[in-house]
Design a protein around this ligand. Structure first.
Ligand code: GLC
Length: 480
């Protein structure tokens, strides 16, 4: 069984969010389970020379997209049991960034069409194309279109994974033929039509043979208009082929025992290094050097659906618990400004790092005692998993993947690995932060037990790679 994983980003080559972490770690985990796996992604200029040196040029073709006739190069490299294919076209992918360009629709339609047109140029013909999010949502449609004329690809089945239903890829109705080069029938019959627009995610949900999302709770929540961002009716229609598979973490890369970004490494049985990480971070960020003050961290995009409005409104209450707070991230200016203000309001106790840095994020996870993630919605969330592995006890809202990974240790819950609150209110947030800080201050041994539970839990792909393998197997069996 051969799997081609189609993604618009993958660690370690390029990353803007959690999709890249998943695309960089699930395929090697599948390969380790004996599934033949390859990945295909755009060759952005962001992908540095250290990777380009390792690539082999395979061939080039021309891809037709409506009236456009575009060069399309194919490169590959082999790493961790997986062949990684890169689609080259400098007009589309030499932009200095991955997304946010005026022609994103055209750029990712080109990539999606190229994936189908390049199938005969790969080392083997896949049995499954596994696509992710709106950027690759046209793949199942181009594949169906091409299969009407090309029998060698008729056996290929498609899986579409929703990492976040908020980003659907919506374009004007003219784009069906003008931009995407498809017959207008795809719009007129409702496959791509949604509220008078083209909606790529809807099209993929209808056309893929299986649809997955990144946690069981989010899969259930997608039936609810409050989470489905207008697509709840489509979710009802495809419920028979929808499942939630919890993401795993790359536990090699995120391992406090080997992480070269940390000033001192540590593991559950040797926690002295964590105290060094905390002291070092306090020193570097200008926080008061107090080893026994609980250090709480936020590493997040600073946007509303991550619950940053609750944090900003609750700052007085949070700081009244007596913790220190470090925030790392970028996003909406109202939140960036609120955290900068907090840094001057509580000097030596709040540090606002309004930037994106993988290295600093690891040092923060390594130093923190508590990790705050009050998301309004969270398809899976990886930060809470990293936090737990690095010994920072998570405080999360009960939603999506947070609900599937963090168990409350509030009164009467013997197996907890964090703190969970359900109401989307400043009161619930502050009260829960107060409880967590209270445990740290009042019962350090109890706190260390909770911390250790998180550090020793298995968050690797061991839990979920098998679930994907079974989905692929079920689909490929249907061919025979
Ligand atoms: C998106 C989701 C996040 C998830 C990630 C990987 O970024 O917002 O919750 O962990 O995708 O699937």
């Amino acid at each position: 069984m051969n799997i081609l994983y189609v993604t618009s980003e993958a660690v370690p080559f390029c990353k803007t969010g959690g999709l890249a972490d998943v695309a960089g770690s699930l395929p090697p985990a599948l390969a380790a389970e004996g599934v033949e796996t390859a990945v295909i992604l755009p060759l952005y200029d962001k992908i540095g020379p250290q990777w380009r040196e390792k690539m082999t040029f395979r061939r080039y073709i021309y891809v037709d997209l409506g009236w456009r006739h575009e060069y399309c190069g194919l490169f590959s490299l082999y790493d961790r049991g997986v062949t990684w294919y890169f689609v080259d076209n400098e007009k589309y992918f030499r932009r200095g960034r991955l997304y946010g360009e005026f022609d994103d629709g055209e750029r990712f339609a080109f990539f999606s069409k190229a994936v189908v047109d390049l199938l005969p140029s790969l080392d083997w013909m896949p049995d499954i194309l596994h696509c992710n999010d709106w950027q690759t949502a046209l793949v199942p449609i181009y594949l169906k279109d091409a299969a009407t004329r090309w029998w060698e690809i008729r056996h290929i089945r498609t899986v579409f994974t929703i990492h976040n239903i908020e980003y659907q890829g919506r374009y004007g109705s003219d784009s069906v033929d003008q931009l995407f080069g498809l017959d207008r029938g795809w719009y007129d019959d409702g496959t791509l039509r949604m509220d008078g627009d083209v909606n790529l995610m809807k099209g993929a949900m209808l056309m893929a043979d299986a649809v997955t999302t990144v946690s069981p709770t989010y899969a259930a929540q997608l039936h609810d208009p409050a989470y489905a961002c207008g697509l709840e009716q489509v979710v009802h229609l495809i419920d028979y082929k929808l499942s939630g598979v919890l993401n795993g973490l790359d536990t090699e890369s995120y391992n406090p025992a080997h992480d070269g970004s940390l000033p001192r490494t540590f593991d559950p049985d040797h926690m002295e290094g964590k105290a060094v990480c905390k002291a070092e971070l306090q020193r570097q960020l200008g926080l008061v050097q107090e080893p026994d003050t609980p250090l709480m961290a936020i590493v997040s995009r600073l946007v509303g659906h991550k619950g940053m409005d609750l944090v900003c409104q609750g700052l007085e209450g949070i700081m009244a618990t007596g913790c220190q707070l470090v925030v790392l991230g970028q996003g909406e200016s109202q939140f960036e400004d609120a955290f900068r203000w907090a840094q001057s309001r509580w000097p030596g106790r709040v540090s606002a790092q309004i930037t994106y840095s993988d290295n600093l994020s690891r040092r923060i996870y390594g130093a923190a005692d508590l990790f705050l993630m009050p998301s309004r919605s969270e398809p899976c969330g990886l930060s809470q998993l990293i936090a737990m592995r690095y010994g920072a006890v998570p405080i999360v809202r009960q939603t999506g993947g947070l609900n599937d990974t963090v168990r409350s240790c509030q009164v009467g819950q013997p197996d907890g690995n964090g703190y969970v609150f359900s109401g989307c209110t400043v009161h619930d947030l502050c009260q829960t932060v107060g409880q967590a800080v209270g445990l740290y201050r009042g019962d350090r041994m109890g706190f260390d037990i909770v911390r250790r539970r998180g550090m020793t839990e298995d968050f690797s792909w061991n839990r979920s790679a098998g679930a994907y393998r079974r989905i692929y197997q079920d689909l490929s069996r249907r061919n025979h």
